[in-house]
Design a protein around this ligand. Structure first.
Ligand code: GLN
Length: 540
């Protein structure tokens, strides 16, 4: 069995199509179907790896090392399934592959055209994703909004798709906005009518409409939309704003989204058991204990999407410990004076320094780390956060004032972070970092070992990476002598993966990105450890 559900968007962007697709994925999974989700992104970058986070938000990394859209993170968290390179496709990837095939002479002398060559490439990549992920139902989210020049070739490809396979093997969902006009105190359906008209003019009749709105959409408006759009009224689904993204699957279940999709796909519907999901949500939105304040010190904090997996991981861990959470986003560029930090972090229960690139904001991160180390505030450093922790320790504990990463100072006399051997002759920027899943061996009796092995006895863990620079082993013994513990390394001992500090309630940093593995109801051990430590230090 191989069924396809296409999700398009209309009227405006940022409607939360990815959350609707993810929620549907969860609902289908809860019914026992094997589900995967693919994103088709209209931009010309081959992947988002080379984009500034302010352009695009976080770059999510899959276990096979693909640098992808942040929606893949939502997909994985909602369907609790690891995705692959095949789940993330951009226009850039499609054109690159078509042109590469043309240069190789694979089109046998044909004039290479948007239709059929580019559309065939898109359709092949959709089928490949379904096959590679072994899905029974593949949900395909088309980025952008119907009518955009950029996404029009994807719309054309998914139009053709339905003619290549049996009628009941595809379902088209269109997610649109029903705005509320304050002055008239009315919900307006006209933008949705126009958007569906546009979609139909491209040859796609939606089977299901999902109406995003901040108010309840009355039955009469659903009937009106059904009349204008030829979508059966029971398939006009309301998706009102929720308290948490994790509430959306439950709301969609009540509204009958999965039932409508399954009816179109000619598959039997079942009542899913959403009890565990409901319990997770209850703890997330109404925890019984009061809030922890956790600071994220980074340089992209003006766009909350830039650290979305980190924020979600903190939320998962807090929910699991039945604590509320308030995230305090601190712009590292603005931390310039150590004596001011006691004010900035006065109410903060834990500090996280996430990943990043380039030297802007580094000195502020170093100050925040020093503050966490000296004041015994629970701390977690992620990737660049580990590298900064090492620099801070070298400068202030080993008294090496010019210690640095060669990423920021190529001539540093004490390059405590240096370029990995495998990176030395690389000049291309795209997809050339150390990417994806690598093993890490844990040191017995360390905090990391204790946290990871609580659930699982294995002392070799697998985590996802995205970096070029690494700890310089020449400084290892000096640091060890002053209380740094190297609690995780590559199995051959050559690459430092986790550090922690003696005589500190919780000071932990890792070269990998644990935030990509945290799931609601299954918090990642390192985030769990951080929140647990924050909780304990409050009780002291
Ligand atoms: N810039 C650092 C490196 O390339 C850290 C990368 C990151 O935080 N993802 O190694």
């Amino acid at each position: 069995m191989m069924k396809y559900v296409f999700v398009t968007g209309g009227v405006v962007s940022s409607l939360g199509k990815g959350i609707v697709a993810s929620s549907l994925g969860r609902l289908l999974r809860e019914r026992g179907f094997r589900v995967s989700i693919q994103k088709l992104d209209p931009y010309l970058n081959v992947d988002p790896g080379t984009m500034n986070p302010y352009q695009h938000g976080e770059v999510f990394v899959t276990e096979d090392g693909a640098e992808t859209d942040l929606d893949l993170g939502h997909y994985e968290r909602f369907i609790d399934t690891n995705l692959k390179q095949a789940n993330s496709i951009t226009s850039g990837r499609i054109y690159l592959d078509v042109i590469t095939k043309e240069r190789r002479g694979e089109y046998l002398g044909a004039t290479v055209q948007m239709v059929p060559h580019v559309t065939n490439e898109i359709k092949d990549k959709i089928k490949k994703a379904a096959k590679e992920t072994n899905a029974e139902i593949l949900i395909v989210e088309v980025g952008g909004t119907v009518g955009d020049i950029e996404s029009s070739i994807f719309i054309e490809a998914i139009r053709q798709f339905k003619n290549d396979i049996p009628k009941n093997d595809t379902c088209y969902i269109h997610v649109t906005l029903v705005p509320h006009l304050k002055a008239a105190d009315e919900l307006k359906t006209k933008p949705t009518q126009h958007s569906v008209e546009l979609l139909r003019s491209k040859g796609i009749q939606p089977d299901v409409l999902v109406l995003r709105s901040d108010k309840s959409v009355p039955k009469s408006l659903k009937e009106k939309l059904s009349l204008f759009t030829d979508v059966a009224v029971e398939n006009v689904i309301e998706s009102k704003d929720c308290r948490s993204i994790y509430e959306v699957p439950l709301v969609m279940q009540k509204e009958g989204l999965a039932a409508s999709v399954l009816a179109k796909l000619n598959l039997e519907d079942k009542v899913p058991d959403m009890k565990a999901w409901q319990e997770m949500l209850d703890k997330l939105i109404s925890p019984s204990q009061n809030k922890l304040k956790i600071a994220i010190v980074g340089k992209y904090i003006k766009l909350s999407d830039a650290y979305i997996s980190v924020s979600e991981s903190i939320r998962h861990a807090c929910a699991q410990l039945d604590r509320g959470v308030e995230l305090e986003m601190v712009l590292s560029d603005e931390l310039t004076d150590y004596s001011q930090l006691s004010k900035v972090f006065a109410e903060v229960d834990a500090i996280v320094v996430p990943g990043g690139f380039g030297d802007r904001g580094i000195e502020g991160k170093l100050l925040a780390i020093r503050y966490a180390r000296e004041n015994k505030i629970p701390f977690l450093g992620l990737c660049l956060g580990l590298q900064c922790s090492v620099i801070e320790f070298a400068r202030n504990v080993l008294n090496l004032p010019d210690a640095n990463s060669v990423e920021f100072d190529i001539d540093s006399p004490d390059p405590v972070i240096h370029l990995m051997e495998a990176q030395k002759n690389i000049s291309d920027k795209g997809a050339t970092m150390r990417l994806g899943l690598y093993p890490c061996k844990l040191l017995k009796n360390s905090k990391a070992y204790e946290l990871y092995t609580e659930k699982d006895s294995a002392d070799v863990i697998q985590e996802r990476h995205r970096h070029r620079y690494e700890f310089n082993n020449a400084f290892k013994s000096q640091m060890e002598a002053k209380g740094m513990i190297f609690s995780g390394t590559s199995p051959d001992g050559q690459l430092v993966e986790i550090i922690e500090l003696k005589d500190h309630p919780f000071f932990m940093a890792c070269q990998f990105h644990p935030e990509f593995l945290s799931r609601p109801g299954k918090a990642h051990p390192l985030f769990f450890g951080l929140v647990q430590a924050a909780k304990q230090s409050i009780l002291l």
